[in-house]
Design a protein around this ligand. Structure first.
Ligand code: SF4
Ligand code: SF4
Length: 112
């Protein structure tokens, strides 16, 4: 009986779900402070290597390029904790609101 009441009430309520990803992509609510895909700005990086030191999961790997040492980020290992962003003194790392990270090519998980 109580279930019938609930069904009756729900018939006239605003729906609680969205048809993501088919219809309402732009309406998906992203909470403030959400930590998604990493964006890295090589020009700002001064090779201090703090990001790699504080990364708890080994997702931040240090490599060498023509300018010197710099991080690359392996999203498949990343916890999206934002420690790297917080410790970077130059603002070279930014965790964006991008959450659709599925890909067929593994290379898409490496941020350079
Ligand atoms: S967000 Fe966290 S886990 Fe991911 S690379 Fe930065 S420090 Fe490492
Ligand atoms: S913490 Fe920032 S400046 Fe230092 S190596 Fe990492 S990205 Fe570059």
């Amino acid at each position: 009986m109580s279930m019938l009441k609930e069904i009756q009430k729900s018939l006239f309520k605003k729906k609680a779900t969205v048809l993501y990803p088919f219809k309402e992509r732009e309406k998906v609510h992203i909470p403030e402070g959400f930590r998604g895909k990493i964006v890295f700005d090589r020009d700002k990086c001064t090779s201090c290597l703090l990001c790699a030191r504080f990364c708890p999961s080994g997702a931040c790997e240090i490599v060498t390029d023509e300018k010197g040492k710099r991080p690359i980020f392996h999203l498949e290992l990343c916890l999206f904790c934002s420690q790297c962003q917080e410790v970077c003194p130059k603002g070279a790392i930014n965790l964006t609101e991008e959450f659709e990270l599925a890909a067929f090519d593994r290379k898409a998980f490496t941020i350079r």
